[in-house]
Design a protein around this ligand. Sequence first.
Ligand code: PRT
Ligand code: MG
Length: 213
Amino acid sequence: MIAMPEILTIAVSKGRILKESLPLLARMDIVPLEDPETSRKLVLETNRPEIRLIVVRATDVPVYVEYGAADAGIAGKDVLLEYDGDGLYEPVDLGIACCRLMLAGARDRPDTTGRARVATKYVKTTRNYFAELGRQVEIIKLYGSMELAPILRLADLIVDLVDTGGTLKANGLVPLDKIADISSRLVVNKASMKMKQALLKPFVNNLARLVNP
Ligand code: PRT
Ligand code: MG
């Protein structure tokens, strides 16, 4: 379903990705008419009548784009690694909201013999990581605050995003292995790329040129 051929809808998640995306969009002369951080509107008109932003949960960005409800979106590679779907192009690494997906554990953890328990929101990526190592683990799905799990002995290890390392440190955890470098990517609906080429192609090309001059 490709809605409104004359309008480009771009999905962005609230929080740090939106904060780091707005300056990039502004450099392409795309500026929301209302401040997205304070507005309660979820559909934001911009200074460009043919472009609007929608503000959704980070994990929902690929869903809106795959189904064509949004033509393009900006999502963290962490979210895209977890997403099952093949209706997306991922043409540009925007180099924003950078961090690392890390395996971490308690500084003073005992050696776990046998099957370790790993708490994470990133179940698929974690399963692939340990499968590649040939290591049997039990994965516990959490939706946030993974750093709490080792403290309360819910899990031996966690897989979570790390930026400065401050959150790990504050909770008595140490990084053990880097699983992936993470940054935000532009994702594009495959059908939109064909049917809205005139609008979408310049948008993708301008963004690509902006981040890879
Ligand atoms: O609201 P929702 O639950 O959907 O997501 P959220 O609140 O996690 O969203 P938000 O706005 O934080 O943005 C999430 C996206 O930003 C992720 O999908 C990543 O692509 C990207 N990103 C970049 C990060 C970080 N850096 C990051 N450091 N997302 C989260 N963190 C958290 C991390 O989970 C940990 O708790 O920050 C903490 C670690 O930071 P340091 O600096 O203490 O190491
Ligand atoms: Mg949030």
